[in-house]
Ligand binder design. Sequence first.
Ligand SMILES: Cc1cc2nc3c(=O)[nH]c(=O)nc-3n(C[C@H](O)[C@H](O)[C@H](O)COP(=O)(O)O)c2cc1C
Length: 291
Amino acid sequence: MNLEINTGNEIEITEKDMIVSTTDKKGILIYANDIFCDIAGYKRSEVIGQPHNMIRHPQMPKVIFKLLWNRVLNGEVIYAFVKNLARNGDYYWVKAYVKPIIENGEVVKITSYRKPLNSFAKDYISKFYNTLLEYEKTHSVDESVQFVQKYLEDRDLTYDQFIDRLSLEKSVENIPIRNIDYNKEKNTHLIFKEYLNSCIKNGQIQELESKEHAVYKFKEIFEKMGNESFSNDEAWLRLIKTHSKFHSSVDKYIKKAKENESMSSFEKMTEDLSCDINNMFNDLTIIRDKY
Ligand SMILES: Cc1cc2nc3c(=O)[nH]c(=O)nc-3n(C[C@H](O)[C@H](O)[C@H](O)COP(=O)(O)O)c2cc1C
């Protein structure tokens, strides 16, 4: 490791570069390709037999390597964003795909394939890693693992989804839209539809206080999101429209039921409600995945 020289200059990796290295299961380098050696600034003979942390950058939080090792020693692959230190003190960012090689059920070696990291992910992850570095000054690695878990949970993302979204230059910060419990809300709407049906069949529609029902609370959630970054998106605007249509259908439905309409006249409306519920939740998923 070369902690003293840290120039602050970035080496840009190009798309055609694939930096590859292999270690044994203790992290000792047993293979490095030409690009690995060129970019890090070492001869192959200088890296083989050395621990992989020889290119560790001091601005890499410990927790990332902890997650990496946990996964690979468990026989699983992992993607990680890594800032590395070259011999001359320059740094370079990579997206690493780290894959254990398993023989007879045992991890025998591990290979990492690295490609460049887009600048959106680089900007985000540099700040995130700085937060982790600060945290690790006063906390253990295990606490740092918990910190990362909580950070991801708050965003309703798994580690892999977090990596995927940043790789696709998508935000990982639209918390309100991620906090919607999609299955619960969809079920609430479906149950409400069934409830309307059963009320009509039993002739109890008068007792229904629709405005207090949970599906109306959903409307409030939407209203609160009016100023979010996605609120001009086509799918979002369509969703708002479908949601109002859903409610006016429900109101119409209740009114007709109170007027003792025949059962057959409700059939079309029930179909429309199902269709609106599906469209609404499709749009909601589109927005969640896009932002
Ligand atoms: C296949 C493989 C590739 C690795 N690549 C890197 C790397 O590019 N940069 C790095 O700092 N650590 C890399 N590591 C992790 C190191 O082994 C080590 O855990 C890390 O540098 C932290 O050093 P430390 O454990 O001494 O704190 C890699 C590990 C494996 C198994």
